[in-house]
Design a protein around this ligand. Structure first.
Ligand SMILES: Cc1cc2nc3c(=O)[nH]c(=O)nc-3n(C[C@H](O)[C@H](O)[C@H](O)COP(=O)(O)OP(=O)(O)OC[C@H]3O[C@@H](n4cnc5c(N)ncnc54)[C@H](O)[C@@H]3O)c2cc1C
Length: 372
């Protein structure tokens, strides 16, 4: 059994948010392994991107923001984003010597009597002054519940399980969900010879607004208002609308991207919509999004009566030693990169403040990089 290891900061998750945080910790002089540790559940680099389907190419993704001080460059837009991003993150870890520990799954974070956070994993325990949680959403697919769901005789899968549209050729597929994944699935399934139907809870909100920096700031503002109030973050599409690209406009004109409205219930053979119409289907693809993957924080009881976690920037108001990145307004590669920096700075600043008031000398000399 391994003895507990002590670090100044434990970063959980090595996606865009965790790597950005680790970079800034290292840059400010913390040494990997003794000053900070990055724990990641995946077998290799890439965060959630390493699991995405091959037809999600860099050209069809919204865009991957650069990690700090290491441009992504201009990879082939036809290459699957899963391989481009995994290679990019791997090179980043090597370049800045971040020494990500994997596969290590964090099971539980709890408070200790000594004002540390205990990070219990399947590979032993780390004790940390600060925890930067960057665990994303991929591990928590959201499946809504509808009457009759158990009786449906066809296949049901979630975005997380999607591999290739060719798997559905000749089948009748109902896609549920109002985000860009649903739009892309519908077009690809149609091209692959599936017969599709689409269900959304609300009429799809296409927008001509350009997805520029001002738009990005508006989205961040509206989501952060919710997390500051302790409410759960909205889905991206609820805050942004859907971009009306040429491809989507054609899909609407061809009748592929036309919603049948909300689902009422499922039957053994298919779906009944709220307007009373029905569709016989072989497959239901739930493109219904994800929730923050925070099960390992459950025993800290962070949730507010509103159902969310009250945030002040990256800090959790109820537990300022815990910083959440890639959560709420920072759930994009751009937001995650910025939040990683803010979290690293908040952790470093936090103990410089506590060292003045409590005479805690941190970071310890052993935890600093000798070359820093
Ligand atoms: C289909 C899809 C397409 C998207 N396209 C874009 C896009 O084009 N542009 C964009 O900016 N954003 C996009 N996003 C959002 C995107 O995923 C985020 O922007 C960003 O990549 C998330 O980074 P992250 O670091 O927060 O999380 P992740 O990349 O999910 O990384 C989290 C890491 O934490 C690890 N982890 C989780 N739980 C634990 C645990 N308990 N213990 C240890 N490790 C753990 C995971 O293994 C993973 O490696 C997309 C999202 C989806 C679902």
């Amino acid at each position: 059994m391994t003895a507990d290891r002590e670090v100044d900061v434990a970063v959980i998750g090595a996606g865009q948010a965790g790597l950005s945080a680790a970079y800034y910790l290292a840059r400010r002089g913390l040494a990997p392994e003794s000053g900070f540790v990055v724990l990641d559940a995946n077998e290799g680099p890439g965060g959630a991107w390493r699991h995405r389907w091959d037809s999600l190419t860099l050209g069809s993704a919204h865009g991957i923001h650069d990690l700090p001080r290491f441009p992504l460059g201009t990879p082939d837009p036809r290459e699957p984003a899963s391989s481009v991003v995994s290679r990019y993150y791997g090179a980043y870890e090597d370049e800045f010597d971040l020494r990500v520990q994997r596969p290590v799954r964090v099971r539980k974070v709890s408070r200790t009597a000594g004002n540390r956070l205990k990070v219990a994993t399947d590979r032993g325990v780390w004790l940390a002054r600060y925890v930067i949680n960057a665990t994303g959403t991929w591990d928590k697919p959201y499946w809504p519940a509808y009457p009759g769901q158990q009786d449906f005789r066809g296949e049901q899968l979630h975005t997380r399980d999607f591999r290739s549209a060719a798997d559905f050729a000749g089948r009748r597929v109902l896609v549920v969900g109002g985000g860009t994944s649903a739009l892309q699935f519908l077009l690809q399934l149609h091209d692959a010879g599936a017969r599709t139907a689409w269900s959304t809870r609300r009429p799809p909100e296409f927008t001509n607004r350009p997805f520029d920096a001002e738009w990005g700031r508006d989205v961040e503002r509206s989501v952060s208002e919710r997390t500051r109030a302790g409410l759960p973050p909205l889905s991206v599409v609820a805050a942004t609308g859907l971009p009306l690209t040429e491809q989507y406009r054609k899909g609407i004109d061809d009748g592929i991207l036309v919603s049948r409205g909300p689902l009422l219930k499922l039957t053994p053979e298919g779906a009944v919509f709220e307007d009373g119409s029905t569709a016989a289907v072989d497959v239901i693809l739930w493109a219904t999004g994800f929730r923050a993957s925070l099960g390992h924080l459950a025993s800290l009881h962070l949730r507010e009566p509103g159902g969310g976690i009250r945030m002040d920037g990256p800090r959790v108001v109820k537990l300022p030693q815990l910083l959440l990145v890639g959560y709420g307004e920072s759930a994009s590669t751009l937001g995650a990169t910025r939040a990683g920096r803010a979290a690293a700075m908040a952790a470093l600043q936090g103990w410089s403040t506590s060292s003045q008031t409590n005479s805690v000398a941190v970071p310890s000399s052993q935890s600093r990089r000798s070359t820093a």
